[in-house]
Design a protein around this ligand. Structure first.
Ligand code: 13P
Length: 259
């Protein structure tokens, strides 16, 4: 059984001081466990170094960015390149989050370019996919997710795809308090794994992490993580509270030891 992966996406929240306190509180709490779960914190860009400083101290604790540029270094005012992230000691980077698709017009083609920049730098892309409520109501969720995944990821060769994390985040569950049921999550995760299997084979499909995001919290994490194809979680709001985030990590540990 592979270990779980729990990623905290802080989005555009926290002052520097709050970020410092949150990182320290999470790290202190996690130090008390002998964790097999991989934990990634994704603060806003200016606070990344806080996390990379802590990440140096122990295994299973990593820093991730929430976005990167589709370009390499150069005259792109306001952008952050994958190479810069590497130079800070960052190891993961979220791309294609639905908030970036919605508010910043990111398309699958742009996201594919971002994936390329990250892979070139040996960073691990956490590539988001997920349908809107309207798409689910029209039973289009599988078509939408298949298109998102194939257009952002399936240009990669087999040896690269295993170093990519796929995050299924139904848009209707993000920040709404409405979580996908464990059965809905499992149905989509197993569909995504079957897509990877068809394209890259069984072993690669097994090794690829597929994590769930969308109102995941300390109460529902146990059951979500117990699903066969749910390899962990991408946590928004609940990752801003150290106690709750640590409980979610504990749920991931429990689900591995119980399986
Ligand atoms: P919430 O956990 O706040 O619903 O956010 C999920 C998310 O978008 C993580 O990337």
């Amino acid at each position: 059984m592979k270990s779980k992966l729990v990623i905290g996406n802080w989005k555009m929240n926290q002052s520097f001081e709050q970020a410092e306190d949150l990182t320290t509180a999470i790290e202190d709490a996690l130090e008390d466990f002998n964790l097999s779960t991989e934990v990634v914190l994704c603060p806003p860009f200016p606070y990344l170094e806080l996390v990379t400083d802590h990440a140096d101290d122990g295994a299973h604790f990593y820093a991730g960015a929430q976005n990167c540029s589709q370009f390499t270094n150069g005259a792109f005012t306001g952008e952050i390149s994958a190479e810069m992230l590497v130079s800070l000691g960052v190891e993961f980077c979220i791309v294609g989050h639905s908030e970036r698709r919605k508010y910043f017009g990111e398309t699958n083609a742009v996201i594919a370019e971002k994936v390329n920049r990250l892979v070139e730098q040996q960073l691990i892309p956490v590539v988001c996919c997920g349908e809107t409520l309207e798409q689910r109501q029209n039973n289009q969720q599988f078509t939408v997710v298949e298109e998102q995944i194939s257009e952002t990821l399936f240009h990669l060769p087999k040896e690269k795809i295993e170093h990519v994390v796929i995050a299924y985040e139904p848009v209707w569950a993000i920040g709404t308090g409405e979580t996908a049921t464990p059965a809905q999550a499992e149905e989509m995760h197993s569909f995504i794994r079957s897509l990877v299997e068809k394209k890259y084979g069984t072993e690669t499909a097994y090794n690829t992490y597929i994590i769930y995001g969308g109102s995941c919290n300390a109460k529902n994490a146990v059951e979500l993580f117990a699903q066969e194809n749910v390899d962990g979680g991408l946590i928004g709001g609940a990752s801003l509270r150290a106690d709750e985030f640590v409980q979610i990590v504990e749920s991931a540990e429990t689900s591995v030891s119980e399986n």
